[in-house]
Write a protein that binds this ligand. Structure first.
Ligand code: ADE
Length: 345
């Protein structure tokens, strides 16, 4: 091709599909080069701002973490793990970290800006808060691809839920928020897991790391609905917890609610541990009628939400067990990044 056709094609691909063609860019590693535009979200030790590089005009999501808060809340190791994971991960469906730098009082993570914001918010704006099955399949497949990548690198995401899935301009998803992720004890560094486990396997960190920007922030029950039975029991050490949470996500995308939500924290715990999975036929949701969920979809949800992690889909052979399930038959995983995403909301 001619140089001009090359440059045209690279321009269009960077606008439509930049989620997988992102390059680490040569940006100045100094907070003074970024103009703050607005707050995107708040966590317990810092905030995420939409910022613009004054020189290049490119937008970024800048995560600003207070060193004082990190020390006070004993989060130094977890922030280090998050940084290590983000700098290691290069995957189309994982938010790229371009740079990290620090001042005397703050750490800064300069991340790809995902203009669509939280998948959770987009889901809330849908009538009945639901997706069609083929749309849910697309997003679930992208999550499978991202989790497969993390697991192959010895990492467990542990915190999958619609609030932690961001929508990129391309319409594809990007996993963010790695502060609860751990290195798997079998393939990762056991020292890190040991030093983190008292925090990671209690419920408290799951609650206080919620972003303040969404409706679930103050809902004690809401943040527990994705916990796997073995995490509640305090044995949540394997990558199988991610396949459980994917099952909850798929169910929520289809039904508009999670399957084990109780009236209070203990009720939710009880339901996760003991309640049989139910697929309501004609429930209270006027936008969903039972027959729209196929048997393949029910089958994969049932297999992901097996309370016995040893029997759960994905536990023995990883993501390939999911990819070969009939539910994902319409998906070509190798071409997923080139598929046209659903339009949300
Ligand atoms: N909120 C938190 N991180 C974000 C990001 N990278 N893009 C958009 N919104 C965000």
């Amino acid at each position: 091709s001619t140089p001009s056709s090359l440059s045209t094609s690279s321009t269009s691909s960077s606008t439509r599909t930049s989620s997988y063609s992102v390059q680490k860019q040569d940006i100045k590693v100094d907070p003074s080069h970024f103009k703050k535009i607005r707050l995107l979200g708040k966590g317990d030790v810092g905030s995420v701002y939409l910022v613009q590089n004054e020189d290049t005009k490119k937008l970024y999501a800048l995560k600003v973490l207070s060193k004082k808060e990190m020390v006070k809340r004993n989060k130094i190791k977890r922030v280090k793990v998050e940084q290590a994971i983000l700098s290691m991960a290069h995957h189309p469906f994982i938010v790229p970290l371009y740079h990290s730098f620090q001042s005397k009082d703050y750490l800064f993570f300069c991340l790809e800006y995902c203009v669509g914001g939280e998948f959770f918010r987009a889901l809330q704006l849908r009538p009945g808060k639901v997706l069609k099955e083929h749309e849910a399949r697309f997003y679930a497949a992208e999550v499978v691809a991202a989790l497969e990548y993390l697991h192959l690198h010895g990492l467990i995401y542990r915190d999958l839920k619609p609030e932690n899935i961001l929508l990129h301009q391309s319409g594809h998803i990007m996993l963010s928020d790695f502060d609860l992720s751990v290195q798997s004890p079998t393939t990762g560094n056991p020292t890190i897991v040991r030093s983190l486990s008292p925090l990671l396997f209690s419920q408290q960190p799951l609650l206080d790391t919620r972003s303040c920007s969404n409706v679930r922030t103050n809902s004690f029950v809401g943040t527990l609905e994705y916990l796997a039975p073995e995490v509640i029991q305090g044995n949540g050490h394997s990558s199988s917890v991610d396949w459980w949470t994917l099952g909850i996500l798929l169910y929520e995308m289809i039904y508009g609610f999670t399957p084990f939500k109780g009236s209070n924290q203990n009720d939710t715990f009880d339901r996760i541990m003991t309640q049989k999975l139910d697929f309501p036929q004609f429930g209270s949701n006027p936008y969903f009628s039972g027959p729209q969920i196929t048997n393949d979809c029910k089958s994969i949800i049932r297999k992901l939400l097996n309370k016995d992690e040893n029997k759960r889909l994905g536990t023995r052979a990883g993501a390939s067990e999911l990819k070969s399930h009939a539910f994902f038959k319409p998906i070509n995983f190798a071409l997923l990044r080139h598929m046209r995403p659903p339009i949300l909301p």
